[in-house]
Design a protein around this ligand. Structure first.
Ligand SMILES: [Mg+2]
Length: 137
């Protein structure tokens, strides 16, 4: 499936697609949940021309590392839990941005990636192989 924008992002004023067309950061109706694909479309509007396929792959690991590094330091040193949680939220957002970019670079929407993951996990549950190791369980 390809990312589809139902309107011209520069001119639409309707907008029934739920996608920001105003160019600001008010990109979804706060009363409704943003879909994964809406997020991916919005996130990719902010992609720099130099943030190519390799950059996205490398930076996915870097952003995941930031999450883990902060968790390690919080475990070691403790500290304010709210501040820690805020940092984790921010960094998970960075991870999501990179996941969105890597998915797009490989021709996938985020919803496709997530559905594929759930299908895999439910399949493992049905076969009684949720626990264990190996990709082909
Ligand atoms: Mg970060």
């Amino acid at each position: 499936m390809e990312l589809v924008v139902c309107c011209d992002a520069n001119t639409c004023t309707c907008c029934t697609c739920g996608i920001n067309v105003r160019g600001d950061n008010n990109y979804y109706n706060e009363k409704e949940s943003m879909t994964l694909d809406q997020y991916q479309i919005e996130a990719m509007k902010l992609r720099l021309p130099t943030a190519d396929r390799e950059y996205a792959l490398l930076n996915l690991a870097a952003e995941a590392g930031e999450v883990v590094g902060k968790a390690a330091k919080h475990r070691r040193d403790g500290g304010d839990v709210d501040e820690y949680n805020t940092f984790i939220k921010k960094e998970l957002g960075d991870v999501m941005w990179q996941v969105a970019a890597v998915a797009k670079d490989h021709g996938f929407t985020l919803s496709e990636v997530c559905q594929h993951n759930l299908d895999k996990l439910w399949g493992r549950k049905d076969k009684g192989t949720l626990q264990g190791s190996g990709d082909l369980r």
